[in-house]
Write a protein that binds this ligand. Structure first.
Ligand code: NAP
Length: 453
């Protein structure tokens, strides 16, 4: 008898797990349980709206979703509509792929002031995650400090300074476009507590900052090393050193380039450790301690400086929220190589924390499949699987959104877009479901996936 496998979460790590188990067992069934009516998680709500090429990976996930062995249970929240324990009772294996959804806090004085907004909240807002619809970030400021020098910090800085024309062919949410493009933002400071050798952004993303229509990238050449120092050569691999050299070369190009007529600035500020958010109720600036590097770590120099701003966006990493009934520690599920317990597995950011690119999730899926193979021998135990979940959700009157339903929602988003925008995303779940109803779907309000597809 084939294995019945439930995957919770339909982002990259969920789909790579589906791919791995479908390849391993031709007779398995895979049910993907997703809180939202929309699949793809981070691809839809995390990847920057102007990075359309990165989002094309969703095409390969769609192929998997259309595999006859796979069923998408959208609009079904694990922990609310169905518990993890109930999934475990019904499936031979349950794989958690719920990603990271909350911001790591700066943990410094003043970080609770109005005008300090975590990057997860901000990115979700401009990408249209329904829960972030009403964030209303205070963009009524000329100056923004983004803490961190990783790829998320770069995404945030770039989206803040790109022109409406540069964003026209993207799926930036219209509420975000209106607010960002009406804002007086002129200066964006990206602050790294370590130096340029230890910046986390990748070179393609960094170089983009040199090609913005109305914003110049500003770098203090005094912060760039003439050559990579010997101690760094001991700290990094040859491959890392080549990537670091590329970043240094790009930053040097920025330092040399004239801003020309561009009105906005993105400043790269290194050796700057935030120690206090300044202001009264609302942020007025950030106080930094200058740092120097000792054995790869930033240590304070006792010298301080301030950057005035009305908005602070820490882009310093994420935590995942605990899934009820699952052992959790330090923002991750407690697991050994992806196994939480026999029958329960995890992949992606809840397994290993918020690092790596989309493809980094692929080996996680392979590893989960190996763990499932080791625990089950590849044979199902005759659990009810899909039929059991359908019956439970129908009894609870949960409105399940099937993959075919999602395709109707997607078609409606594409149809209402103004070219060259590829789609105009719905901002709330209610809008998505209304569009589905209007599309002529056979969906009834209390319909379970049994009738889907
Ligand atoms: P990240 O790459 O880990 O960068 C986090 C940044 O925050 C680092 O500069 C880090 O400095 C800094 N930081 C952490 N804690 C801090 C603190 N308490 N005070 C001050 N600074 C602090 O994380 P991310 O930018 O969130 O990205 C997450 C993952 O997604 C990464 O693997 C990234 O490459 C990937 N991603 C990729 C893309 C893309 O490919 N285009 C886009 C977005 C995200 P230290 O280094 O000193 O800790």
């Amino acid at each position: 008898m084939g294995l019945s496998i439930a995957i919770v979460g339909s982002g990259p790590s969920g789909f790579y797990t589906a791919e791995a188990v479908l390849e391993k067992w031709s007779d398995c069934t895979v049910d993907i349980v997703e809180k939202l009516p929309t699949p793809y998680g981070l691809i839809r709500y995390g990847v920057a709206p102007d990075h359309a090429k990165t989002k094309t990976v969703a095409k390969s996930y769609e192929k998997l979703a259309l595999d006859p062995r796979v069923r998408f249970f959208g609009n079904v929240e694990a922990g609310k509509d169905v518990s993890v324990a109930e999934l475990r009772e019904r499936y031979d294996a349950v794989v958690l792929a719920t990603g990271c959804s909350t911001d790591k806090k700066l943990g410094i004085r003043g970080d609770d002031k109005k005008g300090v907004l975590g990057c997860a909240a901000f990115v979700n807002w401009y990408n249209g995650l329904p829960a972030a619809r009403d964030l209303a970030p205070p963009l009524d400021t000329e100056s923004v400090v983004v803490v961190g020098v990783g790829n998320v910090a770069i995404d945030v800085a770039r989206v803040l300074v790109k022109t409406p024309e540069e964003m026209a062919a993207t799926d930036l949410m219209e509420h975000a476009a209106r607010a960002i493009h009406a804002s007086p933002i002129k200066q964006v400071y990206m602050a790294g507590r370590r130096g340029p050798l230890h910046a986390q952004f990748t070179n393609v993303e960094l170089r983009e900052m040199g090609h913005l229509k109305d914003a110049a990238a500003i770098v203090d050449p005094a912060q760039l090393p003439e050559t990579i120092p010997d101690e760094a050569k001991a700290e990094f691999s040859d491959r890392q050193l080549r990537l670091i050299q590329r970043n240094i070369d790009t930053l040097r190009d920025f330092a040399k380039a004239a801003p020309g007529a561009r009105k906005k600035r993105v400043h790269f500020v290194f050796f700057a450790n935030p120690v206090e958010i300044l202001g009264g109720e609302r942020v007025t600036g950030v106080r930094f301690e200058k740092t120097k590097m000792e054995k790869g770590r930033a240590t304070g120099t006792g010298e301080f400086f301030e950057i005035p701003c009305g908005l602070v966006i820490p882009a310093i990493g994420y935590y995942s929220l605990p899934v009820p009934g699952v052992p959790w520690e330090g923002g991750k599920a407690i697991n050994k190589d992806g196994r939480i317990e026999p029958g329960l597995y995890c992949v992606g950011w809840i397994k290993r924390g918020p690092s790596g690119v989309i493809g980094t999730n692929k080996p996680d899926g392979d590893e989960a499949a190996d763990q499932i193979a080791a625990d089950t021998g590849g044979a199902g135990k005759g659990k009810p699987g899909r039929a059991g979940l359908e019956a439970l959700l129908a009894a609870r009157k949960v409105r399940v959104v099937s993959f075919a339903d999602w395709k109707r929602i997607e078609a409606a988003e594409v149809a209402r877009a103004t070219p060259p925008a590829p789609r105009r995303k719905f901002a709330t779940v209610a809008e998505m479901l209304a569009a589905l109803d209007a599309s002529g779907s056979a969906a009834a309000p209390a319909r379970a996936a049994a009738q889907a597809d």
